[in-house]
Design a protein around this ligand. Structure first.
Ligand code: NAP
Ligand code: MG
Length: 509
């Protein structure tokens, strides 16, 4: 019921404010602010969590050699959820040894059609436990339950389904090339899409006959550990997937281990550079999926209301914790005023708060450190002379939260425009011509994604061929599918994940 009200409300706002003359005849925003939603919290009584998690090595949960554990907390409440093992070099060595044995003795010899049955089974089990995964993802990472339920978990299952389909068809994917597995893949993932990133990494590796040592980010290990439980139940041979938890040094131990044949990393450009240096000359293959600073480009012939929804989805979705977030808005001068006014109106209606509430649009920032970083960037923006606008919502007193934030009057040299913030902060610039839009969109160190909003197909094709971005969405934003490749240009990394392209980094000829 509440969701239906929300949908009507937002489209009403859009249609009502199409022209400034019409707008005076409609209720002001305070009308909408008077609407309060009845809380609709998702229950957490159906989930199973242990107080303490060991490392998943060779098919068993084991105590870490270091005997050290660290706490994982709920960023919306700051309460401890569980203790996670802190793996040291000896643990990583045990995991890599298990993966190498499983590769040599079982997995790379197993016919593709048999491997595919295991991968398919994992996909089905994720679906069966989808509700539990969604709740744990939200509790551990802070993202709204609507997103973990409708985006992260279904997409994670879809990745396993999709790559299960490829496992016995590699000879068709690469005709006449006789693809062979690489061996052990060391995989390191960030905290913004914990289960989904694990699926992006594990599914294609297994499909191609590789074994895996995966490290989740320290603040969001729980869904990877739940995935380990599923993997154990699925009967996947021991050692094919190993999950080691810990901090950056655990990741470094994986990267530097001589038994690792391929490194797949998703995370910051800074750590990507460290990894690139570490593996130089070792012969290890690598894919690096790094940062981004995408431009959402709105032309004056764009469907304005849809564009505003797309902008909101692009930057406020998942608190802006999205590598391909549309963190810059480039709007053509003729429509800048109306787009910004509608955007401000829409920001007012966004609900910031309890991520477990099904009405929530913007949940908790993943950690105290990340919130500090975002707030530092907000101060930088103000000091650089940009004009700050934040919604008037009240933030919860506990937990890590940030208001949806807009910066107007930014210029290309501003740090707000050049640097990745990884929070719900949008930098707005205007442009006059297509050439200026392309120039501004490309003039940053990153090249992961972009969005184009226009009525003209020819303009879309012209832009996409000139944009230095791995993914360009047209008249939509943040849409993912296991069949499409994803990856970056420039400092956004190299290699592609997803689709047929996503098999390539896991095979040799
Ligand atoms: P991060 O600090 O680079 O961490 C990513 C992972 O690397 C974590 O598991 C981290 O462990 C580990 N790590 C840290 N130092 C390491 C080292 N020296 N050697 C090996 N591993 C190390 O990134 P983050 O803050 O978690 O994630 C945000 C970043 O990821 C953003 O820049 C975002 O754009 C990027 N990202 C990119 C994509 C893409 O597909 N291009 C997708 C999602 C996110 P700990 O966290 O435990 O320290
Ligand atoms: Mg946590």
């Amino acid at each position: 019921m509440a969701a239906a009200v929300a949908a009507t409300t937002s489209s009403d706002i859009n249609s009502m404010s199409t022209s400034s003359t019409k707008r005076s005849a409609v209720p002001s925003l305070s009308f909408f602010k008077d609407w309060t939603y009845v809380p609709a919290p998702e229950s957490s009584d159906h989930i199973h969590l242990k107080d303490q998690y060991g490392l998943f090595i060779n098919g068993e949960f084991v105590r870490p050699h270091s005997k050290r554990y660290f706490d994982t907390i709920n960023p919306a409440t700051e309460k401890k959820i569980a203790e996670i093992a802190d793996a040291d070099e000896k643990d990583v060595d045990a995991a890599v040894t298990a993966a190498a044995n499983a590769s040599a003795k079982i997995w790379k010899r197993m016919p593709g059609k048999e491997r595919s049955k295991y991968i398919y089974r994992i996909a089905r089990m994720i679906q069966e436990r989808a509700r539990e995964f969604a709740v744990i993802e939200t509790m551990d990472g802070g993202k709204p339950i609507r997103e973990s339920r409708d985006v992260d978990v279904p997409l994670a299952a879809n990745h396993f389904f999709y790559y299960a389909g490829w496992a016995d068809k590699l000879d068709y994917a690469f005709p006449n090339r006789r693809p062979q597995p690489l061996g052990v893949a060391g995989q390191i993932i960030p905290w913004n899409f914990p289960l989904l990133m694990a699926a992006w990494k594990i599914a294609p590796a297994l499909a191609c006959g590789n074994t895996v040592v995966l490290k989740p980010a320290e603040t969001t290990s729980l869904t990877a550990l739940k995935l380990a439980e599923i993997i154990q139940e699925s009967g996947l041979p021991a050692g094919v997937v190993n999950i080691v938890t810990g901090f950056g040094k655990t990741g470094a131990a994986i990267v530097n281990h001589p038994g690792v044949n391929k490194v797949a990393f998703t995370g910051s450009t800074d750590v990507g550079k460290i990894i690139q240096k570490a593996i130089a000359g070792t012969g290890k293959k690598a894919t690096l999926e790094l940062g981004g600073k995408a431009a959402n480009i709105v032309f004056d012939d764009a469907p304005i209301d849809q564009a505003v929804e797309g902008i909101v989805n692009g930057i406020f979705f998942n608190q802006g914790h999205v590598c391909c977030a549309g963190s810059r808005l480039l709007v053509q001068e003729g429509v800048a005023e109306i787009v910004i006014r509608k955007l401000k109106d829409r920001m007012e209606t966004l609900i910031v708060g309890d991520p477990m509430d099904k009405n929530t649009d913007i949940g908790a920032i993943n950690s105290k450190e990340q919130l500090k970083k975002i707030n530092e960037y907000i101060s930088i923006g103000v000091n650089e002379g940009a004009e700050l606008y934040q919604s008037s919502c009240t933030l919860p007193s506990k937990g890590f939260f940030c208001k949806p934030t807009l910066f107007l009057n930014t210029s290309q040299s501003h740090r707000l425009v050049q640097e990745e913030i990884f929070g719900p902060v949008l930098a707005v610039q205007t442009f006059r011509t297509v050439e200026e839009a392309i120039e501004k969109a490309n003039n940053i160190p990153y090249g992961l994604s972009a969005g184009i909003w226009t009525d003209k197909g020819s303009k879309i094709f012209n832009m996409t061929s000139k944009m230095r971005a791995g993914v360009v969405w047209a008249n939509t934003y943040n849409k993912f599918d296991p069949t499409s490749p994803f990856g970056g240009y420039k400092e956004s990394g190299y290699g592609r994940e997803g689709g047929l392209h996503g098999l390539l980094p896991y095979v040799q000829w």
